[in-house]
Write a protein that binds this ligand. Structure first.
Ligand SMILES: Nc1ncnc2c1ncn2[C@@H]1O[C@H](COP(=O)(O)OP(=O)(O)OP(=O)(O)O)[C@@H](O)[C@H]1O
Ligand SMILES: [Mg+2]
Length: 336
C-alpha cells in the first residue's frame, strides 16, 4: 500500500485577540493541533471525526495547502505541502459543506468553466467534461440557471462537481453532506465511492454524521482538542471499545415491582422502564424495559426471569448493537 497523504508531528497555533473591555483586547493563543500523526493510503477513504473545534478543518486546510502548519510537516503524493505547495495544488481539491466557494451570479455551468480556467484545464474536451460532471451530480437540467436560484442541496452538488473538475488524486471533503436531504446525501456518497473504486481516488472525509463515516471509511481517526486519540477501522473501533450489551424488551402484564427486581440482578448496570405507547390497545399495562448488563449471559438470565412469571408476556426482545456513535461518545467522554 502506498502512502498518499502523511501528517507528521503537525502542530498549528492561532494567535487571536480576546476583547477584554470596549476598546481593549488581550492576545490569546489557541492551539488547534497539538501533535498530529497519520497516514492515508492510496485509494483509501479516511474519516476524521471529532467534536466541534477538535481540529478537523485545520488539518484538512493544511493538507490542501490553504493553511501553513506552525511546525511539523505533511506530504501529499510525496510532496511537502509547504515547500512543494505548487506541486500539491493541481493534485488535490476540497469541498466543504455550507461554504460559499461558488459565484452566485454565474450559472452552474459558468461556475465550472470559471474554475476550469483557474485550474488551467485543457480546453479540448472541457465542454463534455463539464456536462458529464453536471450529469453526475444531477444538475444538467438546471445548469444554465444562476447559482443564487439553486437550493442548498443543489449548491452543494455543484461544489462536489467543482471539486472533481481537476480529477484530483486526493479529495478533501469537510462535512460535504451538511444539511442535505437524505437522498442527495446518499447520491453524493455514492458518487464519491464510485470515484474511489474506479479511479483509486484517495479521500479524507470529516463529518458529524457517524453513520456516513461508518459506511464509507476504511479507517477512522478520532480527534479531540487537537490530538488524535485513535486510528482504527470502523469494525475494530466497535470491537476494541467494548460497550456493555444493552437489551430492549417489551413486556405486557408485568408488575412494576417485578421489573424493578431485574435491577437487583447481579451484573445489571442500569435499567429504564417506560409505558409503551405503541401497545395502547392492550388492556394490561405494557412496559418498555431497556437494560444494560455486563456480560451477554446476564441478558439470558434476566429474560428467563421474565419468562417464568405467568402474568408476564414478552412482546419483543432486541439486542442493541453498539453503533459507531456509541463508541465515539465513549472515546470522547473518556478523553475528558
Ligand atoms: N482562523 C482562526 N483563528 C483563530 N482560531 C481558529 C481559527 N481557525 C480555527 N481556530 C480554532 O482552532 C480550533 C480548531 O478549529 P477547527 O475549525 O479545525 O475545528 P473542527 O474540528 O473543524 O470543528 P467543527 O466540527 O466545528 O467544524 C478551534 O478552537 C478554533 O476556534
Ligand atoms: Mg470544521
Amino acid at each position: 500500500m502506498s502512502v498518499m497523504v502523511s501528517a507528521s508531528s503537525l502542530r498549528r497555533v492561532f494567535q487571536t485577540k480576546k476583547r477584554t473591555r470596549l476598546l481593549r483586547s488581550k492576545k490569546q493563543t489557541v492551539t488547534a493541533l497539538e501533535d498530529i500523526n497519520f497516514e492515508i493510503y492510496k485509494g483509501e477513504m479516511f474519516g476524521l471525526l471529532g467534536p466541534n473545534g477538535a481540529g478537523k478543518t485545520t488539518t484538512t486546510k493544511i493538507l490542501c495547502t490553504l493553511l501553513y502548519p506552525t511546525s511539523g510537516n505533511a506530504t501529499v503524493a510525496g510532496y511537502d505541502v509547504v515547500k512543494d505547495a505548487h506541486k500539491v495544488r493541481p493534485l488535490v481539491n476540497m469541498a466543504a459543506g455550507g461554504e460559499r466557494m461558488l459565484y452566485f451570479r454565474l450559472t452552474g455551468r459558468e461556475n465550472l468553466r470559471y474554475f476550469a480556467d483557474l485550474y488551467d484545464l485543457p480546453k479540448v474536451g472541457l465542454k463534455d467534461k463539464i456536462d458529464e460532471l453536471l450529469g453526475n451530480v444531477g444538475l444538467l437540467e438546471r445548469a444554465d440557471s444562476p447559482v443564487e436560484q439553486y437550493s442548498k442541496g443543489m449548491r452543494q452538488r455543484l461544489q462536489i462537481a467543482r471539486a472533481l473538475l481537476n480529477d484530483p488524486i486526493v479529495l478533501f471533503l469537510d462535512e460535504p453532506t451538511l444539511g442535505l436531504d437524505v437522498h442527495v446525501a446518499r447520491e453524493l456518497r455514492e458518487l464519491v465511492q464510485q470515484k474511489v473504486r474506479q479511479e483509486k481516488m484517495t479521500v479524507l472525509l470529516t463529518t458529524h454524521y457517524l453513520h456516513e463515516a461508518d459506511e464509507l471509511c476504511n479507517r477512522i481517526g478520532i480527534i479531540n482538542q487537537g490530538q488524535l486519540l485513535t486510528i482504527e477501522t470502523p469494525i475494530n473501533l466497535k470491537n476494541k471499545f467494548q460497550i456493555n450489551p444493552k437489551i430492549h424488551v417489551v413486556v405486557g402484564g408485568a408488575k412494576k415491582s417485578q421489573l424493578q427486581e431485574i435491577e437487583t440482578f447481579p451484573g445489571v448496570q442500569s435499567i429504564k422502564i417506560d409505558v409503551n405507547s405503541n401497545y395502547k390497545a392492550s388492556s394490561k399495562p405494557v412496559w418498555d424495559i431497556l437494560y444494560e448488563t455486563i456480560t451477554e449471559d446476564q441478558i439470558s438470565s434476566t429474560l428467563r426471569f421474565l419468562l417464568e412469571k405467568p402474568n408476564v408476556q414478552i412482546f419483543e426482545a432486541k439486542r442493541h448493537t453498539p453503533s459507531l456513535e456509541d463508541v465515539f461518545i465513549q472515546i470522547i467522554d473518556q478523553a475528558g
